[in-house]
Design a protein around this ligand. Structure first.
Ligand code: UFG
Length: 333
């Protein structure tokens, strides 16, 4: 298939590029490198550069999106490009709505106008807000508690309306906490600034500095937030399964998690085990917008599409992230 990926130079997008190329697809990567990295893009397409085109544009550029969809005879779109930080979305909500919602609407219109009716959308567990019950199924109430989650929910609603009006087919993938790096160490997480727990804990380990613990008074087993970590390679494998299953005019939503919850303290313990020494911990107040516990029930995608995570263990996820962290530091990436 010819697959267009927005945000293909980002953390998850670059892993998806690599996965799709390995499956034999042609990819059209749309990324203006505002947050993506040329090094990730080049590493991701290095095995099959002749099947990977890069378009230096943002998704809000309707003319560029339409031309890319038509010129490269795109069969399906994977829409990764978005702002992703919960705390930043609380501080600067309008920027999040403009980028995440506004950009997605432009892309959607280009898809409809180009006759591309298969779209995989990167959504988030943040659409569930602070659920009272875990694990969370796709039928749990959608009630996001921060602008990031609301921006993703708004796009979910627009997808459904576009399905009804125009016959769009879509798969909404609600990510829990994506982590790890490619198992061969070729690509990994490169956020600037890095806000995510695992890379921050591992960077602290490498630097001999401390990692913050944002809140230790949550109603959880040890007072710190609980999250469900899914390996980035398992996550992108799910995208391919979902893409192939899309039928124009039909829409589905799937949770992507490993179905196990770990507290922030337990995650730092796992990081210590991976790197072989203690990591200093610095208690800090709660971070705005953080729900206490998010753990997936991913049975829908396991049963409907046969998704089977290869690396569900936190120890493996953290080990791959640590290998990547050492490479990132040694190559100043
Ligand atoms: N945390 C710390 N110290 C840090 C960084 C994070 O204690 O230095 C805590 C956070 O407060 C939170 C947990 O670790 O309780 C996980 O935080 P992350 O920033 O790693 O991830 P989030 O859960 O905030 O967000 C991630 C994605 C979102 C997605 C969400 C869904 O970034 O896009 O998972 O669960 F919406």
């Amino acid at each position: 298939m010819n697959v267009l990926l927005t945000g293909g130079a980002g953390y998850i997008g670059s892993h998806a590029v690599r996965h799709l190329l390995a499956e034999g697809h042609r990819v059209v990567i749309v990324d203006d490198l505002r947050h993506g990295h040329l090094s990730s893009l080049n590493a991701a397409r290095s095995a099959s550069p002749e099947r990977a085109v890069w378009i230096n544009a943002g998704v809000e550029d309707y003319a560029a999106m339409l031309a890319a969809l038509v010129d490269y005879e795109v069969d399906a779109v994977m829409h990764f490009a978005a702002f992703i930080e919960v705390g930043e979305s609380v501080a600067d909500p309008l920027r999040y709505y403009a980028n995440n919602v506004g950009g997605s609407l432009v892309l959607l219109k280009a898809c409809i106008d180009a006759g591309v009716y298969r779209l995989v959308f990167s959504s988030t567990a943040a659409v569930y807000g602070a659920p009272t019950e875990v694990p969370i199924t796709e039928d749990a109430p959608l009630s996001p508690i921060n602008p990031y989650g609301r921006s993703k929910w708004m796009v979910e609603l627009a997808l459904e309306d576009a399905r009804r009006a125009h016959g769009l087919g879509y798969a909404i993938l609600r990510y829990f906490n994506v982590a790890g790096a490619s198992s061969d160490g070729v690509i990994g997480e490169l956020h600037d600034p890095e806000t995510h727990l695992i890379p921050r804990a591992l960077a602290a380990a490498a630097a001999g500095s401390s990692v913050s613990i944002f809140g230790d008074d949550y109603p959880t087993q040890d007072g710190t937030c609980v999250r469900d970590f899914v390996h980035v390679e398992d996550l992108v494998a799910a995208h391919s399964l979902a893409m192939h299953a899309i039928v124009p005019g039909m829409g589905n939503a799937y949770n992507l998690g490993s179905e196990r919850g770990f507290s922030v303290r337990e995650v730092i313990d796992a990081c210590e085990a991976a790197c072989g020494h203690a990591i200093l911990r610095n208690p800090e107040p709660r971070r705005p917008g953080d729900p206490p516990a998010l753990v997936a029930d991913s049975s829908r995608i396991r049963e409907a599409l046969g998704w089977m995570p290869r690396n569900p263990d936190l120890a493996t996820i953290v080990a791959h992230a640590w290998t990547w962290e050492k490479k990132r530091q040694s190559q100043s990436l």
